[in-house]
Ligand binder design. Structure first.
Ligand code: DGP
Length: 116
């Protein structure tokens, strides 16, 4: 697993080369606001190192996946959310558009089920 990928937008955000509104971070993960929010709270939590999707992260490094989920929970708690949704679009067929693992932390409005 490479540490960074040259033309990856999330690697550039983690490196501070592209601005983003970072809300919280850990040694392994960074949480920043989504450019195109789908809810009042919509934060992306990404591992610092480049991994293409969340499944690959879980296989390669369960500790880093756990760190990302824990950071997502802290962000939701800090935002005072009574509930929230974690979404990990995985693969183009599931609408993944940025191929650096990320969890969407979505909340602050009523969330319906099933998702679209
Ligand atoms: P996905 O479709 O699951 O791969 O989600 C990618 C998300 O990344 C999408 O909701 C929009 C967001 N996004 C894309 N480019 C940028 C960016 O440059 N900055 C920020 N903050 N978010 C971005």
């Amino acid at each position: 697993m490479s540490e960074t990928s040259e033309d990856c937008i999330f690697c550039a955000i983690v490196a501070g080369d592209i601005p983003a509104e970072v809300v919280a971070s850990t040694e392994h993960s960074v949480g920043f606001r989504d450019l195109d929010p789908q809810a009042p709270t919509h934060v992306l939590v990404v591992p610092r190192r480049h991994v293409p999707d969340v499944g690959s992260l879980g296989e390669a490094s369960p500790d880093e996946l756990a760190d990302a989920v824990g950071l997502a929970a802290r962000i939701a708690a800090d935002a005072g959310l009574p509930g929230y949704r974690l979404v990990a679009n995985t693969g183009a067929a599931a609408q993944q558009s940025v191929f650096h693992a990320h969890l969407h932390v979505i909340g602050g409005r009523e969330l319906t089920w099933p998702p679209g």
